[in-house]
Design a protein around this ligand. Structure first.
Ligand code: CU
Length: 130
């Protein structure tokens, strides 16, 4: 009986060691695909959250597109400062998720914008085209 137990233990240890080295090899694969995405690099996303834009300020290059993606709440995106729209871009009347709005910035400059119903509580953002 003792011989059988020690044989079984030896076999189990052998497989356990093999599995261990296999896991280490597999671990190398997971780190390679984490940071890069398949998204179009010319489109930059801004999340339209409960009461803010995230990120609130972004830098892009001329001819890049900003895509606002509604996550939560009812909002819109209007260009302008001090809660006064300037008509450069507008997502129209307020809407809830799922909704997206895109605008391509062809000229360099600073383009502040806001959410009409939440501007007074600081739901503002800025696109800086370098
Ligand atoms: Cu809002």
């Amino acid at each position: 009986m003792k011989l059988i137990y020690s044989l079984a233990f030896g076999v189990a240890t052998f497989f356990a060691l093999n599995c261990g080295s296999g896991d280490e090899g597999g671990g190398g694969y997971s780190s390679s695909s984490s940071s890069k995405s398949a998204n179009d690099p010319s489109v930059v996303e801004v999340k339209v959250n409960g009461h803010d834009f995230s990120p609130a300020e972004i830098h892009i290059k001329a001819n890049q597109t900003v895509r606002w993606v509604w996550v939560a709440g009812t909002h819109n995106v209007l260009s302008g400062t001090a809660c006064v729209p300037d008509g450069t871009f507008s997502s129209g009347s307020t809407a809830s998720a799922p909704k997206t709005f895109e605008h391509t910035f062809e000229k360099t400059g600073s383009f502040p914008y806001f959410c009409d119903p939440h501007c007074s509580i600081g739901m503002t953002g800025k696109v800086i085209v370098d």
